[in-house]
Design a protein. Structure first.
Length: 313
């Protein structure tokens, strides 16, 4: 080998070594595991659930975890999808991941329960029963994983954290949330929540989820919620009200907002600016009603609906 060829080979080898060193360097996580986990927990506690899932997945992809820790993080992600985002398909995928990739995990019993709950919510009762049948053959330890937030209560083996409490409070209407600002009322709310959970667990043990009245009421509640969700999407999407539109409505309906005496005679018509919020609300309600009627007419035409009023007595 001449000197030129030697230098060429050496250059190639040096480049390979440099590339390998560079790859090794970039594969090292920028932050240590505890900081990364704390950040993911902080996102969770701020109810940034999608961002929290992203950080937990980054931990799974880029950190050298032992099997218990990896299973625990997968469980946390599954719980975020299940309990916070109500995305039961994604939740099920993470529970399945634990069951198949970490079969010796101490979480398997809880994973089986959550899988059954996911499948029931996805209306896959037969699959849920299969999971129950398979779980009957397993006797794992019953250790629960830690979750973001400080544990403030336990219901049997189930932990309830400060993050769980804040989430439940934030599901309340604004006027109810404002009543839970002090510690004593939060404690009362927590006790009421626990009472509801205990009653629910007792009802399940009595098999009331299979009661025909419960099944029918659940179906009706689901149907009504789906209708309300559709109306929110379809009607709200069509209603766009500008202040100028509300002003035109006010000008055409001033008497509606007039102050009248006992005999019904107009005493005063308040200016638009003083009752603008009320006028906007009234006008939005009218436009939403119009959008609702339009939606129903479209659906009736699409489904060729016929109503035989003459048949009614």
């Amino acid at each position: 080998m001449n000197l030129t060829n030697f230098r060429s080979v050496a250059a190639v080898l040096a480049a390979i070594v440099a590339l390998g060193a560079g790859c090794e360097k970039t594969s090292e996580p920028k932050f240590d595991l505890s900081k990364k986990r704390d950040f993911a927990n902080a996102l969770y506690n701020q109810q940034l659930y999608h961002q929290s899932v992203q950080e937990y997945n980054d931990i799974l992809a880029n950190y050298n975890l032992d099997e218990p820790e990896a299973a625990n993080i997968n469980y946390i992600i599954g719980d975020i999808y299940f309990e916070r985002l109500h995305d039961y398909e994604d939740a099920l995928s993470y529970y399945l991941k634990i069951k198949h990739l970490y079969p010796q995990s101490t979480l398997i019993e809880e994973v089986n329960k959550k899988m059954v709950a996911c499948l029931e919510r996805l209306a896959r009762s037969a699959d849920a029963q299969q999971v129950l049948d398979e779980a009957a053959l397993i006797d794992p330890s019953q250790v629960r994983p830690s979750r973001p937030g400080e544990v403030i209560a336990r219901i049997g083996k189930k932990q309830f954290t400060s993050g769980d409490l804040e989430f439940e409070i934030n599901q309340l209407p604004p006027y109810m949330k404002s009543q839970l600002s002090d510690r004593s009322r939060k404690i009362d709310f927590l006790k009421q929540y626990i009472a509801t959970e205990l009653l629910y667990d007792s009802a399940k043990r009595q098999g009331l989820e299979k009661d025909q009245e419960v099944i029918e009421a659940t179906f009706q509640a689901k149907k009504n919620f789906m209708v309300q969700k559709l109306l929110q999407q379809e009607v709200s999407a069509e209603v766009s009200v500008q202040e100028s539109d509300a002003k035109l409505y006010y000008d055409a309906n001033k008497e509606k907002y007039a102050k009248k005496d006992d005999q019904g005679k107009i005493e005063e018509i308040p200016p638009f600016e003083s009752i603008k919020a009320q006028v906007m609300q009234d006008y939005i309600g009218i436009k939403q009603q119009e959008a609702y009627k339009s939606l129903i007419q479209r659906l009736m035409r699409a489904e060729a609906v016929e109503i035989f009023e003459d048949k009614l007595h």
